[in-house]
Ligand binder design. Structure first.
Ligand SMILES: [Mg+2]
Length: 200
């Protein structure tokens, strides 16, 4: 697959699914952080399995390990869902991140060798591995046109993390780049929503 194919797919498929993306954006309302997601409540709402993005969700961009508060949250998730029902689905599954999980959450699975989000392949794989329907999987992601869109395409649920974790002190240029990218996605979704829905 050519590099960047997932980005092009993000815009074209994102346009197609603009209504669902708008709903996610409106629901987050700029106040959905990782720590707002209560594992007990999610389970009560029918979530059985978590698919977690890394950058912006568990840590600022490019960090090798989750933040301490995200680690505590992961521990709560393990208590509620079990190690085997929490997956890491990042478009950057680096070796040092894998290594961190091997050290701290060895039973938690890291999804690799799949087409990048927004393609639903990673979520489909998680459904197979966990033996659950996509409708009970929650994708937690800070990107509308990658993770959230992948969830829509797979028939899974999505939590749009907004605001994400950022650290301008550690990586000023990449954080600025991703801040602009996330803003651009929100503008794209808002503008796309102005187009009439051909299905109604
Ligand atoms: Mg991310």
């Amino acid at each position: 697959m050519p590099p960047g194919a997932h980005i092009l797919a993000g815009f074209s498929l994102g346009f197609h699914h603009r209504q669902q993306l708008t709903r996610l954006l409106d629901n987050a309302a700029g106040r959905c952080s990782l720590l707002n997601l209560d594992p007990q409540r999610l389970k009560a709402e029918g979530v059985s399995t978590l698919a977690l993005d890394f950058d912006g969700v568990l840590s600022p961009h490019g960090s090798p390990a989750p933040l301490p508060e995200a680690r505590e949250w992961l521990e709560r998730c393990v208590t509620v869902f079990g190690n085997r029902n929490v997956f890491i689905l990042s478009n950057k599954p680096t070796e040092e991140r894998r290594h961190w999980f091997e050290q701290h959450f060895p039973a938690m699975r890291f999804i690799g060798n799949v087409r990048k989000k927004p393609f639903p392949d990673g979520l489909n794989r998680i459904g197979e591995l966990a033996g659950v329907p996509p409708s009970s999987i929650l994708m937690v992601d800070d990107r509308l046109l990658t993770g959230c869109l992948a969830a829509i395409l797979a028939g899974a649920r999505a939590a749009y993390i907004h605001p994400p974790y950022v650290s301008f002190r550690q990586r000023p240029f990449s954080e600025l780049f991703f801040m602009l990218l996330r803003s651009m996605e929100r503008i794209f979704v808002r503008l796309a929503r102005l187009f009439p829905d051909s299905t109604t």
